[in-house]
Structures are given as structure tokens and as C-alpha cells.
Design a protein around this ligand. Structure first.
Ligand code: HEM
Length: 221
């Protein structure tokens, strides 16, 4: 913060810093093809499987981080997605979904980094938490709508439960509260910069997962 106390809020800093990568993620070949209705349900299921590894890493860490001064306030059970992902996967893949589940190399690296942050650097975990959950509460709703139309899932039903936050009736208000939490993170400027860098890294991991999914599901021209 400068002498007049007019420093950019941290929530603005982190959003601005990832803006470019956000656009890249939205325009990635895999996302464009998926949301353009050009891929089959199998590609959507494979993507949902990748998310399961990431959210398990995020949410398995919750108990250990609940009392952490930096990451603790972000641990909010209404965000948890693992049970919803598991219901979606049972719908998409059948009861035996877990036996066939494999992470792509990029997904394994992503989940490993989340676990590492959770164990050794809670502020870094916050960067990963932000990148996923705030995105799910925002663009996730666009993805849900497209998925329902493209593959015929029941509105907010099995297959798209991941995108439905039953316990967050007002996502806009929740996001405002979340940004306040970000603004209250106790960290000096250097540490905030490191968190922003980790957020960029989180976007990179997502981009790498999209690239590998794109390679697995090329469009037959
Ligand atoms: C096609 C895919 C996507 C679409 C259509 C999309 C769309 C959006 C939209 C409309 C917002 C709302 C911004 C606001 O509330 O003002 C948003 C925010 C956000 N998205 Fe995405 N998004 C997509 C992919 C992603 C991906 C892959 C990530 C990272 C994993 C991501 C992370 C975020 C984050 C962190 C925010 C919150 C920004 C902030 O307010 O701080 N999004 N997205």
C-alpha cells in the first residue's frame, strides 16, 4: 500500500494479472470445441474426470488448512465439489467410474502442485483455490448451460451437478464476499506477488490440461 493507502485491492490485482490467460483458456481449442458443441459426451466426461483429481487435491487439504491464518478463511464447505463430481461421473461413466479413472500427465502435475502448496505454502493454495472456485461460480454457469443443451442433461441435474452450487443461492454476493477475503489476506507485497505468480501457474496448468484433452479429442476434419 502506498502512503495514501490507495493501493490496488488484492482481488483486483489477481484478477487483472490473470486476465490474458483467462482469455486464452476460454479460446483454447478444446474449450471452443466443447462449448461449440463439436465434441461428444465422451470428451466432456474425460474433462470431468480431470476435474475430479484437481478438486480432490483441493478438498482433501481442507481439514489440515481450516485453522491456517491465511488459507483457513477460504475453506468453505458450500464450495466443495467432490461429491457433485462423483455423482456426475457415476452418471457419465456408470457405477464403475472410479476403476477406469486416469489423470492425464498435465492433470497429475496440476494436482501434485495443489497438494504441495497445501502442505508447504498455504498462500499458494489460496491462488489455486481462487483460480478454480471463482471461475466455477462465474464461467462455470456458461459451461453448464452449453453442456445441458449439447448432451441433453437435465437442467442442473446429473452430469452438470459440478456447476450447481446448491448452497450458494446468490453467486454474485458470494463472489463479493470472496473478493473481500482476498483483500484481507495478510501478506506483504512480495508475498502477494508470489500468490499472483502462483495464480498464473494455476492457469498454466489448466491450459496444459486443455492441450492434452485437445490432443486426445481432435476434431475429425
Ligand atoms: C470457456 C470457458 C470459460 C468461460 C466462458 C469463462 C467465463 C467467465 C466469466 C463470464 C467470468 C465472470 C467475471 C465476472 O464475474 O466479472 C469468469 C470469471 C473467472 N474465471 Fe472464467 N471462464 C472460462 C474458463 C475459465 C478457466 C479455465 C479458468 C481457470 C481455471 C477460469 C477462471 C476464472 C476466474 C478465476 C474468474 C474470476 C475472476 C475474478 O473476478 O477475479 N475461467 N469467467
Amino acid at each position: 500500500m502506498d502512503a495514501r493507502g490507495t493501493a490496488t485491492p488484492f482481488s483486483t490485482l489477481i484478477r487483472t494479472a490473470s486476465h490474458q490467460q483467462h482469455t486464452e483458456a476460454e479460446n483454447s481449442t478444446f474449450m471452443s470445441d466443447l462449448l461449440g458443441g463439436r465434441l461428444g459426451m465422451d470428451a466432456y466426461a474425460r474433462y470431468t474426470e480431470q476435474l475430479w483429481f484437481v478438486y480432490r487435491a483441493l478438498e482433501d487439504a481442507a481439514d489440515a488448512l481450516r485453522d491456517d491464518p491465511v488459507a483457513g478463511p477460504f475453506i468453505q464447505p458450500e464450495l466443495f465439489r467432490t461429491p457433485e463430481l462423483e455423482r456426475d461421473l457415476a452418471h457419465l461413466r456408470g457405477a464403475g467410474w472410479r476403476a477406469a479413472l486416469t489423470p492425464l500427465p498435465a492433470t497429475a502435475a496440476y494436482a501434485a502442485r495443489v497438494e504441495e502448496c497445501a502442505r508447504t505454502w498455504p498462500a499458494g493454495y489460496v491462488a489455486h483455490h481462487y483460480t478454480r472456485y471463482l471461475g466455477d461460480l462465474s464461467g462455470g454457469q456458461i459451461i453448464r448451460d452449453k453442456a445441458e443443451r449439447t448432451w441433453g442433461f437435465a437442467r442442473k441435474g446429473d452430469g452438470v451437478r459440478f456447476y450447481v452450487f446448491e448452497q450458494i443461492p446468490n453467486p454474485a454476493a458470494f463472489k463479493r464476499g470472496y473478493r473481500e477475503l482476498l483483500d484481507r489476506v495478510e501478506a506483504d507485497d512480495l508475498e502477494k506477488q508470489r500468490i499472483v505468480d502462483e495464480c498464473r501457474r494455476a492457469f498454466d496448468f489448466n491450459g496444459a490440461v486443455f492441450r492434452e484433452l485437445g490432443a486426445e479429442f481432435p476434431l475429425s476434419a
